[in-house]
Design a protein around this ligand. Structure first.
Ligand SMILES: Cc1cc2nc3c(=O)[nH]c(=O)nc-3n(C[C@H](O)[C@H](O)[C@H](O)COP(=O)(O)OP(=O)(O)OC[C@H]3O[C@@H](n4cnc5c(N)ncnc54)[C@H](O)[C@@H]3O)c2cc1C
Length: 385
């Protein structure tokens, strides 16, 4: 480590780790990322990318590649069990951009940006933990010293646990299956459609010119809802209008359960946690990865003007955390309303959701990450004052 170049060791080459790595390396850091997998990849289907994450992609130079075949979403429509349109511009407005992107495209674009910036990525490298003094400990016993250690190692985060930051890691008792289906002419164009019936929710969203992204969410104890292979009959009984969508869902679709992670702090000494390691949340608002990327990028911006890493990290947490915590709370609330609402009062739910959609202020509060969170990254990728 030279006295000029600061060095960072990062655990995890997911969306959080790669965005953080690229942003740090672009600001003169030497950066090494450790990924336990033998290869870099992201499994999954589509992913919503809101304004805040799009600015990060622009900032690290990954935007064009990430959205090359993605779909720009102009409206998000929500329908209840009686087919009534409850919302037509859900959480948008105020010039907030939204795209749906293929996850592998997004991951590749960030990987390329990181490599271009000079990041070293080591695959098959299993991290065991870290120390607040700035050490990353590998499972092999090797100890790597750094000015900054970042735990971007997901919900289970050995980095977070080893430096005592974890407060709550909770299975939210709901989840979903994600699928990519061949896109047909009658599938939605530049619109995300979400349908609710009881505790079940279905999203039908264009993601590339050839593919439509479908998510089917339900409580974990809805055994037919989470059955693999996908139970077309059971889902068609709940949403008869979507038979043609369900018929195209492949048998390989997998159930993913949702978790919340909350931390005492995101920082201990020279160690910071980011992404699901710090703030996993249900994907109901499509913001968990967006915030992972925004917070990782903001970390690099904050340290740019700070010679003292420890105080820079504390200032970063103080700045970024309120928006993330609020988003996590609203996401949990959305999950409760969408998944746990008592069926006899479904009409009350519809009325409340409809009313919420009429209030611009309420929508901006719920999607504070896209509105206020985007302000921590200017459109030109520099830090806001
Ligand atoms: C069904 C579903 C839909 C979603 N949709 C959206 C959406 O539309 N928009 C959105 O913003 N978010 C969405 N999310 C959330 C999003 O997927 C996550 O927030 C995001 O992927 C987290 O990225 P991460 O890099 O923090 O963690 P991860 O993706 O978990 O990456 C962690 C990386 O660290 C590696 N790793 C773990 N442990 C170690 C170790 N010990 N040593 C070395 N490497 C290690 C892992 O292999 C992995 O590569 C969704 C989530 C789900 C489940």
């Amino acid at each position: 480590m030279s006295s000029q170049t600061r060095h960072a060791e990062i655990a995890g080459a997911g969306l959080a780790g790669l965005a953080t790595a690229a942003a740090l390396a672009q600001r003169g850091w030497s950066v090494r990322v450790h990924e336990r997998g033998r290869e870099l990849r992201d499994i999954g289907a589509g992913i919503f990318m809101w304004e805040n994450a799009l600015r990060v992609l622009e900032g690290v130079g990954a935007f064009d590649e990430a959205v090359r075949r993605a779909e720009r979403i102009e409206s998000w429509q929500l329908y209840d069990e009686r087919g009534r349109l409850l919302q037509s511009d859900w959480m948008k407005g105020g010039g907030t951009r939204l795209y749906t992107v293929l996850r592998p495209d997004l991951h590749k674009a960030l990987e390329h940006a990181a490599i271009e910036a000079g990041v070293e990525i080591v695959t098959g490298s299993l991290v065991a933990g870290a120390s607040p003094e700035g050490e990353l400990v590998l499972e092999s016993g090797e100890v790597l010293k750094a000015d900054l250690v970042v735990g971007a190692d997901g919900v289970g985060s050995p980095v977070r646990n080893s430096v005592g930051l974890n407060l709550v890691v909770r299975d939210l008792q709901d989840g979903c299956m994600r699928s990519l289906i061949p896109r047909l002419p009658h599938d939605p164009v530049d619109r995300a459609l979400e349908y609710w019936n009881g505790g079940r929710r279905v999203g039908v969203v264009p993601v590339t010119p050839e593919l439509t992204y479908v998510y089917t969410c339900c409580p974990s104890d809805d055994l037919a809802g989470r059955r693999r292979p996908f139970d077309k009959e059971s889902w068609t009984a709940s949403f008869p209008q979507l038979r043609s969508v369900f018929d195209r869902i492949p048998d390989v679709s997998r159930w993913a359960s949702f978790s919340d992670v909350r931390c005492h702090s995101w920082v201990n000494g020279r160690v910071a946690v980011v992404g699901d390691a710090a703030s996993a949340m249900s994907p109901n608002l499509g913001q968990a990865a967006c915030l992972a990327m925004t917070n990782g990028y903001a970390l690099a911006l904050m340290l740019e003007g700070q010679s003292d890493v420890r105080s820079g990290l504390l200032a970063w947490e103080a700045r970024q955390r309120p928006v993330t915590d609020a988003t996590q709370r609203y996401s949990r609330l959305y999950g409760r309303v969408g998944t746990r609402w008592p069926r006899p009062f479904a009409d009350v739910r519809s009325a409340l959701v409809w009313a919420a959609g009429r209030s611009r202020r309420w929508q901006e509060r719920v999607n504070v990450a896209a509105h206020k969170g985007a302000q921590s990254v200017r459109p030109d990728g520099t830090a806001a004052a």
